[in-house]
Design a protein around this ligand. Structure first.
Ligand SMILES: Cc1cc2nc3c(=O)[nH]c(=O)nc-3n(C[C@H](O)[C@H](O)[C@H](O)COP(=O)(O)OP(=O)(O)OC[C@H]3O[C@@H](n4cnc5c(N)ncnc54)[C@H](O)[C@@H]3O)c2cc1C
Length: 310
């Protein structure tokens, strides 16, 4: 039976997380279909058809789908899945985590969340207890509804495929929710979950103003800026900077943690980074237990010096 992957996109561009979801789906079987639901999203469907390993692209293009409200999208995905799919797969991003539980409920199956590996078509590993335990879970449900931890799967190549495109009947809004407005962060820096280098600040930064030190370092390195929850809760930086169990999961080539103690909930979001650098004035800070390079120093001295040297 084919596997249905939900494309994440903004009607213009396919988001890279989709490629990680496709990679996971390819481990489940060879008949991988990608569903692009949106409005004016033909360019996204064309991009999806080029992904290596994709056998078919389904395009649902309708005004009601413009903002991909999960209340409207979930019945479409569930109905499509009932048409003979073994799995529904989406990245475990904010969008995927918003949509897939609704799909699972409509299909009356259990969602399998945030998988780290595919052991077989019905068996997966996933983190529990903030990543301290890896559970192996087996599902007997007829349709497996799975979200994928994107950092655990190497992205499928964006080029190389030429999957045919099929159009799905347009769906109407079910009127349960209405789009009012959105405020999108505008940044020249790379997106946190896609960046090769992340510079994160914690409570030790003391203020939002002081994050300018990290921004200067990040811009020198071409890095994204992240934060601990304490820094977000203190209002230093917006919510979408948060790395950790209840924030974003990142696994860049280089993660620089500045003024972050290394609480388990923060580690859950970054400990798979290839190289971890920590700057903290407390040599006992737990972050040093996961750091490849640790600098016991006052960040207000060390960060400008580092930026200057770079
Ligand atoms: C259910 C739950 C979910 C959570 N989810 C998350 C999450 O997703 N992400 C997350 O980050 N946290 C999360 N937390 C919170 C987490 O437990 C910690 O409270 C938080 O990570 C601490 O942030 P911090 O390291 O910035 O602050 P602190 O623990 O206060 O550490 C600040 C560090 O800065 C250092 N410092 C201070 N001044 C300087 C200086 N001048 N130079 C150098 N170093 C300095 C200090 O030595 C200290 O180590 C969660 C907690 C719970 C209960």
């Amino acid at each position: 039976m084919p596997i249905l992957v939900l494309a994440e996109h903004d009607n213009a561009r396919l988001k890279p997380a989709t490629l990680n979801a496709v990679a996971a789906a390819c481990l489940l079987g060879s008949d991988v279909h990608v569903l692009v639901a949106g409005q004016g999203a033909r360019a996204v469907a064309d991009a999806a058809s080029k992904i290596a390993g994709v056998a078919k692209v389904l395009l649902a293009d309708a005004a009601a789908l413009e903002h991909q409200l999960p209340e409207t999208l979930a019945p479409l995905v569930a109905d499509t899945a009932k048409g003979g799919y073994s799995h529904v797969v989406a990245p475990a991003t904010s969008a995927g985590k918003n949509l897939l539980p609704r799909v699972a409920a409509l299909l009356d199956v259990a969602q399998i969340s945030d998988i780290l590996s595919v052991e077989s078509a019905d068996t997966f590993t996933r983190p529990i207890y903030a990543g301290n335990v890896i559970a192996t879970v087996q599902s007997a449900d007829p349709i497996k509804v799975v979200t994928v931890r994107t950092t655990a799967f190497e992205a499928a190549p964006a080029e190389g495929g030429s999957a045919p495109l099929e159009t799905l009947a347009a769906s109407a809004s079910n009127g349960k929710s209405t789009f009012i407005s959105q405020e999108l962060t505008k940044s020249e820096r790379p997106e946190l979950t896609q960046a090769k280098i992340v510079v994160s600040g914690g409570r030790g930064m003391q203020s939002g103003e002081n994050f300018k030190l990290l921004e200067a370092l990040a811009d020198t390195l071409g890095a994204a800026v992240g934060a601990s929850r304490a820094a977000v809760d203190a209002g230093f930086v917006p919510n979408d900077y948060q790395v950790g169990q209840t924030g974003k999961i990142v696994a860049p080539e280089l993660y620089i943690a500045v003024g972050i103690s290394g609480a388990i909930q923060h580690l859950a979001g970054m400990k798979d980074s290839k190289v971890i650098v920590a700057i903290n004035k407390d040599e006992e800070a737990p972050i040093f237990q996961v750091a490849d390079y640790g600098l016991v120093a006052d960040l207000f001295k060390a960060v400008p010096e580092l930026t200057g040297q770079l």
